[in-house]
Structure formats: C-alpha cells, structure tokens
Ligand binder design. Structure first.
Ligand code: DGY
Length: 329
C-alpha cells in the first residue's frame, strides 16, 4: 500500500522526523529559511498531511492548493495564529498543536529575560568585551532588584502560572490580569488578580506578557496601556510580537515612559537589522528562542509527528485546536 504523502516545511528534531519518515512518503524542506510562498503552494499539491511551523501562513489558499486529500495540518508550535483554523474547519481538516510541553522551558526563558533586564547582564557583557572594564565601580551598571519587586502577568494560562511559581521563589509579589482565569486557582498560585489591565500596568515593576495572539489581544499593549506603566517598568514579551504595538513601544522606550523592554518576539518578525527598536539602548531583542532547549524542541517534534500520524490514520489528533471538526464523534 502506498504511504501517505506529507510535506514538512523545515527540518525538525530527529525524534519527530524519524517517526514521520518511517510512516510516510515525506518531503522535507531542508533550507534554513521557510519555503517561499510559491514553493509552499506548489509543494502541498496532492499531499495527505502537512507539518508546518509558525513561520508558514497556512490559509485557505494553501489548503485549496493542497486539495481534497489533505486530512491533517500539524503545527510545530503551541501558538497557531499562523493557521487559518476556521478555513481548516470549514474543509473538515483537524489542526494540531503542541501545548503543555514547552510551558516550563518558555517560563525559564521569560524569567531569564526578566533577570537579564533587571541586572543589566547583556550590557555588562558588552562592556567587558568592549574593553571598558578598568576597575570595580560603586556606581557601575547599577540595576534593579528582582526580589521584593512586583511581577505583573498579562495572561495567566500555563506559562503565566509557571512564571508565578518562579516569581514566588524569588520573593516577588505577583499580580495578574486575565479575565478568563478562575480566581481560586490564582490564589493557589500565590497571585492576586487585577480587575483591569490598566491597574496591573500601574502596579507592576516587571510586566510579562503570556497571551495567545487573537483579535482580542492584537495590540493589547498599545500607547494607552504603556502610558499607565511606571517609568521604571520593564516589559517582557515571549508570547507573540503583535500583542504589543511596536511603534508605541519604540516611543515609550525612547521617551522614557517605560525603562526597558526584553523581547523574544517582535512585530515584524524577524526584525530587520536597521529597525528602530534595535537602535534603542534600553531594548533587548532575541530571536524567538524561548522554547529552544534540546529537550523541549525534541518533544515538540514528537508531539507534532503524533498529531500528524494520528490525522493520517483518520484518528482524533491527541492535541487538536479545532475538535469541532469531529462533530459528535
Ligand atoms: C510556540 O510554540 O508557539 C512558540 O512560540 C515557539 O515554540
């Protein structure tokens, strides 16, 4: 019997790739950059399954280019704002993602950004590398304490809660804003709910964003929101770039309305080398690597492969973002 044909839009860790290669006739895009749109449209033609990344826009045009054999789209990420889920659902195609497994790794990294920003780790390293370290200085590279400070979590899902656990260990006060989170669970996590985003922003020393990108959260952190923050506030974003209005953030950092931003995600992404954000001394940008540990990326690849293979077998995906495709099944 012919193996199902699948297209994999980038080389993912071997743990997942080996599972796919064993069960499928797989074509893997082996370049460093994502397949250009015309290539993607051509490569998906006639496939049974697609394993894609957050860098691939999977919309109605791609689904139609794939044609009627396509029976599963597996996204190698927990976030799936790159997939037009409604278009997939309308065609009866289940979409998989990789929730849960990257929670702790992402929270580790968000906390690393928080610490690096507070204690000027990157500036210190640059200072030494530039040959400027001539003596111990009582006023050299003074930063801000993390212990005793207030962490404001925008979003109290899995990663927000993992941040709250870390913050407790550092003796921080934790407040959160999440209209969808149940207050009883927050009390257990040692966090206090804030009724409004504005109130949270006014109180937090460190603001860490942990919401998915949706119509509701697009530019949630805009000029009005940033105007509420303390002038000493540090903004950390490991969610999705467009949750923050980039122009408003540039203005807020340049004018000293907030003190610092540490960003794992940006809008646009990737950020061009001549972008205004990169000219600001009070902004640290890293290339969307919060989940980038060997163990987590391998687990993500395995989970994405499990979703793909289940869909190809006609089984329910272990992690499906549009279970409505199954009807009452
Ligand atoms: C995700 O999975 O959504 C992250 O942004 C990348 O790991």
């Amino acid at each position: 019997m012919n193996k199902p044909r699948v297209y994999v839009t980038r080389v993912v860790p071997e743990g997942g790739l080996a599972m796919i290669r064993a069960a499928c006739d797989a074509e893997v895009w082996a370049e460093e950059l994502p397949p250009p749109r015309p290539v993607l449209l051509e490569k998906v033609h006639g496939i049974d399954g697609l394993l894609c990344l957050l860098t691939d826009q999977i919309d109605a045009e791609v689904l139609d280019a794939a044609g009627p054999r396509l029976r599963v789209v597996s996204n190698h990420a927990v976030g799936y704002d790159n997939v037009d889920v409604a278009a997939a659902t309308a065609r009866g195609i289940p979409v998989g993602n990789t929730p849960g497994i990257l929670t702790e790794t992402t929270a580790d990294f968000a906390f690393a950004l928080l610490m690096a920003a507070a204690r000027r780790v990157v500036e210190g390293a640059d200072y030494v590398r530039a040959g400027k370290w001539r003596t111990w200085g009582p006023m050299l590279l003074l930063g801000h304490d993390v212990h005793g400070a207030t962490l404001g979590l925008v979003g109290m899902g899995r990663i927000g809660q993992a941040m709250a656990r870390r913050a407790a260990g550092f003796g921080m006060k934790v407040v959160y804003y999440d209209p969808y989170f149940d207050a009883a669970r927050a009390a257990a996590a040692g966090a206090e709910g804030s009724d409004t985003l504005e109130a949270l922003l006014a109180e937090a020393d460190f603001i860490s964003v942990h919401v998915p990108l949706t119509g509701e959260t697009h530019h949630l952190i805009d000029a009005r929101a940033l105007a509420k923050a303390k002038p000493t506030a540090v903004l950390i974003n490991t969610s999705r770039g467009p949750v923050v209005d980039t122009d408003a953030l540039v203005d807020a950092l340049a004018s000293g309305q907030i003190a610092y931003a540490a960003l794992d995600v940006t809008d646009p992404e990737p950020l061009p080398a001549d972008h205004r954000l990169l000219a600001l001394p009070n902004c640290l940008v890293v290339p969307h690597i919060a989940s980038a540990s060997w163990a987590t990326r391998t687990r993500m690849a395995v989970m994405a492969a499990e979703n793909l293979l289940a869909g190809l077998r006609g089984e329910r995906l272990p992690n499906c973002v549009n279970p409505e495709v199954y009807g009452s099944r």
